[in-house]
Design a protein around this ligand. Sequence first.
Ligand code: AR6
Length: 186
Amino acid sequence: MEQKEDLSDRIWIEKGDITQLRFKVGAIVNAANSSLMGGGGVDGAIHRAGGPDIIRECSMIIEEDGPCPTGQAVITAAGNLQARFVIHAVGPVWQGGKNNEAQDLTNCYRNSLLISRKYMLRRIAFPNISTGAYKYPKDEAAAIAVHTTIDFLLENEYPLAVIFCCFDDENYNWTKYYLDNYLKQA
Ligand code: AR6
């Protein structure tokens, strides 16, 4: 079997609420929608914990550039969160899998990672984008999250590390399954 690079110190999993991480990160990624105006799930939690600075910046972005398309991401300050920035990524709504959802979700992770590289962030944390209100199957979404991130880290120095912050058991187990599979072969 082909020898793979060991990324165990650059990518790992935490369980729980992404607004309450036990260490500081450069950016928390938000599972946003195109309006960038907040919502439920992790988006609601991030805006509640971060305070009004975040929505203020989101409004300015929307005024200048219009709605954020699916698969794209934008960066704002993080207000009161234990992070310097929030990266708002717009995941796809699951529509059965034949509507470019996999490519859109891949783009979501990749574009968030590209922003992190541009800002030379040391650590960033992702939630399981699209797997709540947007109903993306957790198994397939975890495979995309892990593989897109691994591919990116192998080619890029920044971000130095990526944390998957999984809120529920199913997301935690699938994310761990795909990550462990990679690390076992490294
Ligand atoms: N920390 C980490 N993960 C969380 C948290 C938290 N505090 N709360 C929920 N999750 P969702 P989506 C997990 O619905 O599917 C919003 O209304 C949760 O277990 O937050 O991308 C937006 O405004 C789930 O697996 O995001 C959009 O309109 C995962 O986060 C829409 O929902 C994603 O669930 C986006 O839907």
